[in-house]
Design a protein around this ligand. Structure first.
Ligand SMILES: [Zn+2]
Length: 115
């Protein structure tokens, strides 16, 4: 489903589904911050209060402990959000005509590029 790390393929390699509908925007970052970074912050605050480590320990331990899981979770979260968009046919209310117009324009551009 992914061409590169967070870049979606244009079409599903298995069934040919057009991923044009997939616009999770900054959703993966939001959910990564809410469900991973926020709980980890409590762990790091506990570490600071309980152990009182010097600042360089935080740079070595706390920084990677916060950043690594958040970054690694972005791709699976994006996959879940795209799947959720597809299953729920998610689209902003009242923008049907706008989306139809944009999709038609994008499709025309893609076909022009192909020729
Ligand atoms: Zn598919």
């Amino acid at each position: 489903m992914f061409r590169r790390w967070l870049k979606l393929e244009d079409y599903c390699p298995n069934c040919g589904l057009d991923y044009e509908f997939a616009t999770p925007d900054d959703g993966p970052a939001f959910f990564s911050l809410c469900f991973i970074a926020f709980p980890l912050l409590f762990l790091i605050v506990w570490f600071e209060v309980a152990v009182r480590p010097p600042l360089w320990i935080h740079l070595i331990v706390s920084g990677p402990l916060m950043i690594t899981p958040c970054v690694l979770a972005l791709q699976p979260i994006k996959g879940c959000l795209v799947a959720s968009q597809y299953v729920n046919r998610a689209q902003e209310a009242g923008t049907d005509a706008l989306w139809a117009d944009l999709n038609a324009r994008a499709k025309a551009t893609r076909e022009a590029d192909r020729d």
